[in-house]
Design a protein around this ligand. Sequence first.
Ligand code: IMP
Length: 417
Amino acid sequence: MSRSADTSLGSCCAIIGAQWGDEGKGKLIDILAERFDVIARACGGANAGHTIVVNGTKHVFRLLPSGSLHAGKPVVLGGGMVIHLPTLLEEIELLEKAGIEIRSRIHLAHNAHIVFEYHKAIDGALEDRRAKVTGKGIGTTRRGIGPAYADKALRRGLRMEAFSWRNEDVLTFLEQRRDDIKESYGVTVDVDAEIAAFTAARHVLRERVANDVPSLLHGFLAKKKTVLVEGAQATLLDIDHGTYPYVTSSQTTVAGALQGLGLAPKALTSVIGVAKAYCTRVGEGEFLTEIEGATGDRLRERGGEYGSVTKRPRRCGWLHIPDLEHAAILNGFTCWNITKLDVLDKEETIPVGIGTDAHGKAEYKTFPGWKTSTLGITDFGKLPAEAQEILNFIEKQTGIPVRFIGTGQGREEMIVQ
Ligand code: IMP
């Protein structure tokens, strides 16, 4: 990485998805994590799935920040998160099996909410009910995200701080929830199984609960440590600013990340917007530049566009500049990371959405394809002229420089300028 790219990100950098998730944020996070002292995740839960390829081996993280791969760095899970404890334990074990110590460096915010099995069951029941009543669900990941955030808003969730409760108080809480849940959703809560999972996690993680994450982060920054904030999901899935109701239940913008961690806005020194060179979406909801048929299938196969959590085939489409502009306004991006450029290598022509016509259909500017491999290129000047043209167009339309360009799956396959 060039020195200028390194220093200009400053002491607190956030990485935020600009589309509907799965932009490939994990790879940049993983690269930058090497340069930052502390890695923090703010919001969301096990609906996320960051796939990272290191030395040819794929790692998928749902709860731990992708930067956790870097031994020795403190990892913060913020209070804006909803945490499924068995998944977290699995990820810890996976890392430790790979020889990466993680337990002693996790800081779990005391106010992060716990996702129980019953949240997942309610998520599924609500999806089925919606599909029955309206003909289609939201297409959630069924990981209990919506019900856990609903419980938080209704002030009937259990937070990480419950690790210090007496066993009988946890039991009473769960028994009360069991009756309420049965009545409201017809879902049966297995209190014994919930308690067993909670107790197993408490055994491993009790000492890792942090009672004041805002002060912890503030202290790191005061000691001139650098903090990398890892966004989860992406801007168009934001509960407030996304394509409601086909969104997730958390705030996925940089503002949500700051809130989720208890970081003051003035602490932030840079925000990198991550967008694919095309676009994908999982689940239901509008997708103006969606491509049906053979071209969509080709992008899906070339880009490996299958959900890392649910394995669902992702809907594929072209890049849509107005979405990038919208995301840039909301997040104040200081630069772009355009990912997966190489997936477009074989396209004859590459349409880019630039707006909508009078009928609400996407309008395109069509660029010629380059029909040659960009895989692994690490120098902008070595890209085919046609690829440079599209990247320059993104810069010009959004007014934001493209600083990072992904040209393959591996950590090293990236142009940095
Ligand atoms: P939920 O977050 O499981 O409630 O799902 C709500 C919507 O957000 C669905 O369309 C999901 O497919 C989508 N979603 C949630 N997390 C991610 C993600 O990490 N990547 C892509 N889509 C996601």
